[in-house]
Design a protein around this ligand. Structure first.
Ligand code: GLY
Length: 373
């Protein structure tokens, strides 16, 4: 099965996303040309380490690359001031040099934390992403957003710091739980909804087989998603315009994640799934798109095991529309005090709007919550 290469065209910070099956066992060949000395530090978590760390160490050893590994406890709590301090001190204790590379082996938490530490440690080090979740392969490992969380909200302390290389090995998806895989799949669907209607049609036809394990479909979906993300990031690295479209479903999704305490009750991708369906409902209500589109989006999400409606979220019967709206006001996307929504004119045509009346959003949420009562 062939390797797909996606270029992220960012001048002197350009890099490649390589997508294939079995990449981890060949990681040393891919990484060696980037290194100044034959040494790297792997940052990972206990769960990922148990599954994939030995394979990565073997792959590095085959190219005579020495390595150390920092293995963190799993979970979002690592993306904190304390987690940042722990990882930074562990790396400094290993005497990493500014020209060394960190290798982030893991999902979004590891990638975001290791990337943020790399952005400031010794005033900035290079890092390589080896994403192990579908969400990280199609979204968080690409594009250089790195961050930790604040008590005020998620990802509020961060930096844009691009990796030097992303290795997306679709075989690593085999060890994910079905729930985690499906949550990542929501971010794949997102690309179809934002900018690629034929891709959404393709997902309607192939999504179930892809989720069931078909490797070539997975390579196609990851590469196509990354190609969209790479193009958007190259055009608007710091989210002054088009990049914001990647936040489809995220204003609603983040509010739901906040309301459920960023817990296992609702994974990030699940919040995005519900959020995307709500964005289509809001778009239809504002007369931006055909009313038949929201049910079509919901059908695809639900058919593939994702929550699609507010009522599908654990504990939705206890949510209040006003409180969800309050969570939205803390969003990074708030501009001049106005909420920013990514809405849709059609499948494959997302638009950014900052003129939606909060009362309209609150009414939509209240109406959707009646189904959970
Ligand atoms: N996850 C959205 C972005 O990278 O811009």
């Amino acid at each position: 099965m062939s390797e797909r290469i996606v270029q992220v065209a960012l001048a002197d910070r350009a890099y490649e996303i390589r997508v294939a099956a079995g990449l981890l066992s060949r990681a040393g060949e891919h990484i060696a040309p980037l290194l100044h000395r034959r040494f790297a530090v792997i940052v990972t978590d206990e769960n990922v380490a148990a599954r994939h760390l030995d394979a990565l160490k073997r792959a590095l050893a085959l190219q005579n690359i020495g390595c150390e590994a920092v293995i963190l406890p799993p979970g979002e709590s690592q993306k904190s001031y304390a987690g940042f301090e722990r990882l930074s001190e562990a790396l400094l204790a290993l005497k990493v040099e500014r020209r060394d590379h960190l290798i982030a082996l893991g999902g979004g938490v590891i990638g975001d934390l290791a990337g943020f530490v790399a952005s400031v440690l010794r005033r900035g080090m290079d890092f390589i992403q080896i994403p192990t979740s579908l969400l990280a392969q199609v979204d968080s490992s690409v594009g250089g957003k790195t961050a930790i969380n604040s008590r005020q909200g998620k990802n509020l302390i961060g930096a844009f710091h691009q990796p030097r290389l992303v290795l997306a090995d679709v075989d690593l998806l085999n060890t994910l739980s079905p729930r985690e895989l499906r949550a990542g799949y929501a971010e794949v669907v997102k690309y179809g909804l934002i900018c690629d209607a034929p891709f959404f049609d393709w997902l309607e036809a192939n999504g179930a087989a892809l989720l069931a394990g078909d490797r070539s479909l997975r390579i196609e979906a990851v590469a196509r998603s990354c190609a969209h993300k790479a193009r958007i990031v190259a055009a608007d690295e710091r989210e002054q315009g088009e990049r914001a479209l990647l936040n489809l479903g995220h204003t609603f999704g983040h509010a739901l994640e906040a309301e459920t305490g960023y817990s296992q009750r609702l994974l990030h991708g699940e919040g995005v799934a519900v959020g995307m369906a709500l964005a289509f409902r809001l778009s239809a209500q504002l007369g931006l798109c055909d009313a038949a589109l929201a049910p079509r989006v919901e059908r695809h999400l639900a058919a593939n095991g994702m929550p699609a409606r507010l009522a599908d979220v654990d504990g939705a019967a206890g949510f209040a529309a006003g409180k969800l709206l309050d969570h939205m006001r803390q969003d990074k996307k708030v501009r001049d005090g106005r909420l920013v929504f990514i809405l849709a004119e059609a499948i494959g045509r997302a638009v950014q709007r900052d003129d939606v009346a909060p009362a309209t959003v609150e009414a939509l949420l209240a109406e959707q919550l009646t189904q959970a009562a």
